[in-house]
Design a protein around this ligand. Structure first.
Ligand code: PLP
Length: 368
């Protein structure tokens, strides 16, 4: 049996008819940028995230970049200020900080949750610290109560990186609603994925929303009148139309992912394979099902020999990337250990019971 890591074709073909209708609707409307579909999606996604505003943008990286950029325009951040970010995040969270001429301060994660360890944040706060970016990695939200308490104490902004956590809950509060602003990605492989690039920002802050909605559109609210030196980072009308269809199924899709994850958790019984753990405060949406194996490359080859494709999220720690030579001297033992051991098993809403059972069977067969 061949089990792909993620079958995007199968996932999206389940929506084929609805996508074709949406395509025809946009085509015949004759309106392709910032029209009714974008407006409707923004309204629906804000409602879904239990947030006051949603602003569609071109991708998840831009979402984070524009939040920070807007705080600069509002005089809250300036060049050289520091932002705290988990050391084991996907590189985009860190790029968004550097792109704005601010400085990323890397903090080690909790080994069990893979999310930023709130107990280590305070000692990294300096006079230049202006914000924390909790990343809800792999689909489980970060420890938002302690993070928000620290932010309040030091007057910091909290910018959620919600790219991997569409629909996740922390103490019954939605991902994208528990910070001052949140960046979301609709990259095809995300839990809510478009048929191309897409992203959004959610926030309850009226002023911030106003600045971001101008920044994404050349710094303009009114055509040919520019208040800011903005950029072009708009969500496509067609992608918005497709996303509206998938948003309506997101909870059902997440439920199916949860079923796969629970089946793995109940039946993978191999002492060489450390299973992910779920914090009691959280509803995990299983963007990824990440296990830890000391002899990872042997494990990956073994699975592949049995037709099971896996992916490593992520193989190189940000502080070891060539692009971030200035971070190379940091001592981050937990982050480095995680990067050596993590490996993601196939998980999605379209996996069959047979495929899930085959993954379990083969994982349980692995020995060194
Ligand atoms: C995917 C991702 C992003 C960036 O999203 P893009 O839409 O690919 O730009 C940012 N942060 C995290 C944690 C991600 O997984």
């Amino acid at each position: 049996m061949n089990i792909p890591f993620l079958d995007l074709k199968k996932i999206n073909l389940t929506y084929q008819q609805a996508f074709e209708q949406a395509f025809t609707r946009v085509l015949t409307s004759g309106w392709f940028i910032m029209g009714n579909e974008v407006t409707a999606f923004e309204k629906e996604y804000a409602h879904y995230c239990e947030s006051k505003h949603c602003i569609g943008v071109a991708n998840g990286l831009d979402a984070l970049i524009l939040i920070i950029r807007a705080y600069k325009e509002l005089g809250v951040f300036k060049d050289g200020d520091e932002i705290i970010v988990p050391a084991n995040t996907y590189i985009a969270s860190i790029l968004a900080i550097s792109a704005n001429n601010l400085v990323p301060i890397l903090v080690e994660p909790n080994e069990l949750s893979f999310n930023i360890n709130p107990e280590l944040i305070e000692k990294h706060i300096s006079a230049k610290t202006k914000a924390i970016i909790p990343v809800h990695l792999y689909g489980q939200m970060a420890a938002m109560n302690p993070i928000n308490a620290i932010a309040e104490k030091y007057h910091l902004k909290v910018i959620e990186d919600a790219a991997q956590s569409h629909g996740a809950l922390y103490e019954n509060k939605k991902s994208g609603s528990v910070g001052h602003a949140a960046g979301h990605s609709f990259y095809p492989g995300k839990n809510l994925g478009a048929l191309g690039d897409g992203g959004a920002i959610t926030t309850n802050d009226d002023e911030l929303a106003e600045v971001i909605s101008a920044l994404r559109n050349y710094g303009s609210h009114k055509k040919y009148e520019n208040i800011y030196k903005g950029t072009n980072s708009r969500l496509d009308e067609l992608q918005a139309a497709f996303l509206r269809i998938k948003l309506a199924q997101l909870d059902a899709d997440n439920l199916k992912r949860n079923h796969v994850a629970n089946t793995y958790l109940a039946h993978i019984k191999n002492p060489l394979v450390q299973l992910p753990s779920i914090d009691a405060n959280n509803k995990h949406v299983w963007h990824l099902f990440v296990v830890r194996v000391i002899d990872r490359s042997a494990f990956q080859s073994f699975l592949l020999a049995h037709g099971i494709q896996t992916v490593i999220h992520y193989p190189i720690a940000p502080n070891h990337q060539i692009a971030y030579k200035e971070l190379a001297s940091l001592n981050l033992p937990i982050t480095e250990k995680i990067h050596q051991e993590v490996i993601s098993l196939p998980i999605s809403q379209v996996m069959t019971e047979e495929e899930v059972n085959e993954v379990i069977r083969v994982v349980n067969l692995f020995t060194v």
